[in-house]
Design a binder for this molecule. Structure first.
Ligand SMILES: [Ca+2]
Ligand SMILES: [Ca+2]
Ligand SMILES: [Ca+2]
Ligand SMILES: [Ca+2]
Length: 304
């Protein structure tokens, strides 16, 4: 569906590398933002941007019983919600944090509660605001610091993989907010995206984008700019291996060690009943959205 745009996009990838090399760049988004207490209700929610100028948020569930609300403006019915609360910096003992998304009325939950810290591909039912609520599941302990990643994006801001994409050299550029693909059997799908040094990269995937109740057990791996060296955290967990996951989501959180073009590799673990997936890539909180009829400008802190 985006075949005509691809040559321009590949051109822009090269342009981007040149821009990076020459150091000509300008910040286009605030990136990380922090909560401001008191934000304990929808009416007090902290504003956070989503989409191509999107941000990611830092909050703290402290003291016990603290509830944090965030608000994303300008959603349309049918938009899709992806979200992840990264608790890798959190301290909690007997439970988990609870991440929920709410529609404009503040009382209609978006999607059913599937995982406490993940959501992917759920549909916005009302025009206007989308609220994000973050709390401890039982309000009986502190969660401490969490990082909230999110994307509320139009389903039209999407593109299909371009086979063959079985190697880094033939990777499909991530040129829309949402990328769709199919991985049957041993099919390997590479996608290329630009990331900024020191900025967090998130990949949030929907294992059932066609909403037929059958999941693909996707595995997601990230590779550095050479296409072969895994981008791994200190723990050595170099990828998220999928199961027949009823929660339909997979996530990865990594920080880019240098400016450049990175790679996502999606494969099928084979334990699910479907082979379709979709995902969003967030670099420093923003999506890789591009205008359909123009050459692609990656809004990742750099302007081409
Ligand atoms: Ca708080
Ligand atoms: Ca494929
Ligand atoms: Ca492939
Ligand atoms: Ca499916």
């Amino acid at each position: 569906m985006n075949g005509q745009a691809l040559p321009g996009i590949r051109c822009t990838l090269l342009t981007l590398i040149v821009v990076m090399a020459t150091g000509l760049h300008a910040e286009t988004a605030r990136g990380q933002i922090a909560e401001s207490e008191d934000n304990g209700s929808a009416a007090q929610a902290d504003s956070v941007l989503s989409g191509p100028y999107g941000e990611w948020a830092i909050g703290n569930i402290n003291p016990i019983g603290d509830v944090d609300w965030w608000v994303i403006d300008g959603a349309s019915p049918g938009d899709l919600v992806f979200g992840h609360a990264d608790l890798s910096g959190a301290v909690f003992s007997d439970g988990e944090a609870l991440l929920r998304f709410w529609a404009d009325d503040g009382t209609t939950q978006i999607g059913t509660l599937r995982l406490p810290d993940l959501i992917a591909g759920e549909v916005v039912p009302q025009a206007g605001r989308v609220y994000v609520e973050m709390r401890d599941q039982s309000d009986n302990e502190e969660v401490a610091v969490y990082a909230l990643f999110h994307a509320v994006v139009s389903p039209a801001d999407a593109a299909m993989e371009q086979e063959p994409n079985d190697t880094p050299a033939t990777a499909t550029p991530v040129d829309r907010a949402i990328m769709h693909g199919t991985a049957a059997g041993a099919d390997v799908d590479y996608f290329a995206f630009p990331a900024t040094q020191g900025k967090l990269v998130q990949v949030i995937a929907d294992n059932d984008p066609d909403a037929n109740g059958r999941n693909m057990a996707s595995s997601i791996e990230l590779f550095r700019t050479d296409g072969v060296t895994p981008l791994c955290p200190p723990s050595g967990d170099c990828g998220d291996r999928g199961f027949d996951n009823p929660y339909n989501v997979m996530q990865i959180s990594r920080s880019a060690p240098a400016n450049g073009i990175y790679y996502v590799r999606i494969t099928n673990e084979g334990t699910g009943a479907d082979n379709r997936y979709s995902f969003v890539v967030l670099d420093d909180g923003h999506t890789m959205s591009c205008a359909t009829s123009q050459s692609c400008v990656f809004i990742d802190g750099f302007e081409t």
